[in-house]
Design a protein around this ligand. Structure first.
Ligand SMILES: [Cu+2]
Length: 104
């Protein structure tokens, strides 16, 4: 049995909906997708921890962490949060960002 990716929320219309009590952002702003390579994840607990710590940042719409691939995908509202804040939060939680890629 393979561990599922930890997807907080993904709307079937292709629109990303915030799952952290600030849903208004997804209605008003375009989300930016940030793809990170992150070291330090070893289990699904790490995935959930990453989702939880990033989810506390304002403007985060989706967090998808995959400890097998060592990747974290974040959709965020660039009006509320930026890449530096996201990677700093990961670093604080003990996960080092080793690569970044950003696209719309
Ligand atoms: Cu773990």
């Amino acid at each position: 049995m393979t561990a599922p990716k930890f997807v907080l929320t993904f709307h079937s219309t292709g629109r990303f909906i915030l799952d952290f009590g600030n849903t208004e952002h997804s209605e008003e702003h375009d989300m930016t997708r940030l793809s990170l390579t992150v070291s330090g994840m070893s289990c699904t607990g790490c995935e959930q921890r990453i989702a939880a710590v990033l989810g506390r940042l304002e403007g985060i719409a989706l967090v998808e962490a995959d400890h097998r691939a060592g990747t974290v995908v974040v959709d965020y509202d660039p009006a509320s949060v930026d890449q530096a804040a996201i990677t700093r939060r990961l670093d604080d939680a003990g996960y080092e960002t080793t690569g970044t890629g950003s696209r719309r």
